[in-house]
Design a protein around this ligand. Structure first.
Ligand code: SF4
Ligand code: SF4
Length: 337
């Protein structure tokens, strides 16, 4: 079923949805960008359409809506523990097709990577309803077509935000009654981006060999990368985290254990007791990130752990391009240097 709405009508729909859902969408956060007087587009809760940014890429990914930057796993008091309550409200997220595909990748990591589901991830993820933002042109540094992440059918509803109206396809019957109470019927089928902004050639997994792990191409990244971790924090599919125990002031036997996002690029991430470190140089860390996303994840699950969103290339202060690193690996698989 598809319909069109005026912006005012759609605000009324959002207002009704707010009773049962937390609604997340890309928003503008003024004046907190990297450079002075610049803004950040990232995900946040919205109440009306005017808060949404639908014509720019969000610099940060959608994952913080269901995989929070910091999440309390349990509270401890002397010898007892208690898990926190999960907000009863369901979650609606407006997001682009590549980001919907990024959720599929995170689901593999947290829900299908062994016999036990990650209950903390599952607790929020199972509440998520997906409202797809149509994306027909992509943005700078996007290569979702090469990554086969430009299309999806996994959404509850899909939207085109045109100048004076909002076109909508509704798939999930739970939303039919509300959406039918406003607007008017209209044919609408979402379209998808068909051409990338940057050319990326994906290597064939069976052509990647162990010798490529020792190739001199990785030493370039030891010189250029400053191990800031920004590329990981904006990435919709990076899933690494670490633990922090927070003791409450005045009582070391009371506090909470938190899961906090971490980065495979940052110093000490791969350190072990006894002083061993798996990846000391920044080039080794870049190599790990690249091969993790286009080689070992793919070998295990059959698709790449990268959606080609280009956020890592957008954010890197050293202008390191993950897309170019993939192209270099592909060249190696073809016998080039
Ligand atoms: S392009 Fe970069 S940020 Fe986007 S999914 Fe791939 S590795 Fe992550
Ligand atoms: S690749 Fe760029 S963004 Fe990522 S850790 Fe290195 S310098 Fe930072």
């Amino acid at each position: 079923m598809s319909r069109k709405f005026s912006y005012l009508e759609f605000d009324e729909i959002l207002s009704s949805l707010k009773n049962g859902y937390k609604i997340f969408a890309p928003k503008r956060f003024k004046g907190i960008g990297t450079y002075s007087d610049t803004d950040v587009i990232r995900y946040g809760e919205i109440s009306e359409v005017s808060e949404m940014v639908t014509d720019e890429k969000s610099g940060y990914s959608v994952k913080e809506a269901y995989f929070p930057i910091t999440q309390t796993l349990f509270y401890f008091f002397d010898d007892t523990t208690k898990t926190p309550k999960i907000d009863e409200k369901e979650i609606i997220i407006f997001l682009r097709p590549c980001d919907i595909n990024s959720i599929t990748a995170l689901d593999k990591v947290f829900l299908e990577n062994g016999n036990i589901k990650d209950v903390y991830y599952d607790g929020l993820r199972s509440k998520v309803k997906i409202f797809m933002l149509e994306c027909r042109d992509g943005f700078d540094n996007c290569f979702c077509v090469a990554m086969d992440a430009n299309k999806t059918e996994s959404y509850d509803a899909a939207f085109r935000f045109a100048d004076n109206e909002i076109l909508c396809e509704i798939k999930n019957e739970d939303f039919l009654q509300l959406f039918q109470s406003k607007g008017s019927e209209m044919e609408f089928t979402p379209e998808f981006v068909e051409k990338d902004h940057v050319e990326v050639n994906i290597p064939k997994v069976d052509k990647i060999s162990l010798e490529m792990f020792d190739d001199s191409m990785w030493s370039e990244y030891s010189k250029r990368c400053i191990a800031c971790g920004r590329c990981n924090f904006v990435c919709p599919t990076c899933s690494c985290w670490t633990m922090q125990d927070v003791e409450y002031e005045g009582n070391p036997n009371a506090g909470e254990r938190r899961r906090v996002w971490a980065s495979c690029h940052v110093d000490r991430y791969s350190d072990m007791a006894g002083g061993h470190s798996f990846r000391r140089s920044n080039g080794e860390r870049m190599r790990f990130k690249v091969f993790h996303k286009i080689y070992d994840f793919n070998k295990r699950f059959g698709f790449n752990m990268c959606t080609g969103c280009g956020r890592c290339d957008d954010i890197c202060p050293e202008y390191i391009s993950y897309a170019k690193a993939i192209n270099k690996v592909t060249k190696l698989t073809q016998g080039g240097t």
